[in-house]
Write a protein that binds this ligand. Structure first.
Ligand code: ZN
Length: 215
């Protein structure tokens, strides 16, 4: 499915905080005992290709490279078997985050939404069908910026597996076919600069690249 096709099919975007222990540690957060779920607005989806514009007046904007999965069925209070059946497509998302803004909001115990749903805050690669139900436990992502490796993570390092995350979300929220779940970032998040060139890899294959413009 091409990036532009998937933009039309996405219902809601659910995200998971601190799903890699090494990332929780780098931001001085405890590893959670149950998944931390938040959302991003679908209005901030942008194809992860070409040039991605991020206004320069928003403070520090961090990249967070994440495995993203799309559901092919509705799910509510589903068991793991139904979740595995529903997992349809996989791609890479950048959960772009206004870190200064997020820290201010956290200090006030406010929700994070203002730090997570600014314009172009959700670049998405092309998505492809998952090969089989085993593949969901064997996904690896990598992000290079200007030719240098910045982030690397695999489903094996996750605090909560993708099926466990979706089972948990579905206990609480009715999920719809077309919804996507961003499954958390590995360590080594950092700020984006004007003209940074990003290449994202899924299981070793470069599937998305874009230049950042901050002006
Ligand atoms: Zn994230």
């Amino acid at each position: 499915m091409s990036s532009s096709d998937i933009l039309k099919t996405i219902g809601s975007i659910y995200c998971v905080g601190r799903n890699y222990a090494d990332h929780a540690k780098e931001l001085n957060n405890p590893v959670p005992k149950e998944p931390i779920i938040f959302t991003k607005s679908t209005a901030c989806i942008v194809p992860f290709e070409g040039k991605i514009f991020i206004p320069d007046n928003l403070g520090r904007c961090d990249y967070e490279t994440e495995i993203a999965v799309q559901l092919g069925n509705d799910l509510y209070q589903a068991n793991q078997d139904r979740v595995l059946e529903a997992l349809s497509c996989v791609g890479i998302a950048l959960d772009l985050t206004l870190r200064d803004r997020q820290n201010e909001l956290r200090a006030k115990k406010y929700p994070w939404v203002l730090a997570k749903s600014f314009v172009n805050a959700c670049p998405l690669s092309k998505f492809r069908q998952l090969n089989d139900s085993k593949e969901i436990e064997q996904l690896e992502i990598k992000l290079e910026i200007n030719g240098e490796l910045r982030q690397q993570g695999s489903t094996k390092q996750m605090v909560f597996s993708i099926p466990d995350l979706i089972t948990f979300i579905s206990q609480n929220i009715p999920l719809r076919s077309g919804d996507i779940v961003l499954t958390g970032t590995p360590a080594n998040v950092g700020p984006l600069k004007n003209h940074d060139y990003l290449v994202a890899f899924l299981n070793g294959e470069a599937i998305a690249e874009a230049e950042i413009l901050r002006t």
